[in-house]
Design a protein around this ligand. Structure first.
Ligand code: HEC
Length: 94
């Protein structure tokens, strides 16, 4: 677990790729979170509101990796690197 966290920090040191993040978002996330961050599914946060993402990347990464409520876990589906790209993309939506 510590190794995973340290690896995530090491990845975080690289610049995230917003374009790749946008593609992964369209494929994996837009069905519930909407094409441009306005949620389609009730209960999903609205990414167009800045306060929905007022948390460190690592905390969002953990929620996406493990799943939360009605959201599936993306561990094994997306690499941490890819999830961080998606988070960078999310931060462009508000
Ligand atoms: C099946 C629908 C669904 C899909 C697909 C989905 N989400 Fe979610 N997501 C939700 C719901 C519902 C919540 C609210 C969970 C809660 O707070 O109970 C949520 C919450 C979140 C949160 C906030 C987590 C937190 O700590 O509050 C983030 C960030 C997020 N989703 C990102 C993503 C990303 C990135 C993807 C694609 C890789 C994705 N979601 C795919 C439904 C979905």
């Amino acid at each position: 677990m510590v190794g995973i966290v340290l690896a995530a920090f090491a990845f975080g040191a690289q610049a995230a790729d917003i374009a790749k993040g946008g593609q992964a978002y369209a494929t994996h996330c837009a069905t519930c979170h909407g094409a441009n961050g306005t949620p389609v599914m009730p209960g999903a946060p609205n990414f167009r509101r800045l306060d929905s993402l007022m948390r460190p990347d690592m905390q969002l990464l953990t929620a996406i990796r493990n799943g939360k409520g009605a959201m599936p876990a993306y561990f094994g589906v997306l690499r941490d690197r890819e999830i961080l790209d998606v988070i960078a993309y999310l931060r462009t939506l508000s």
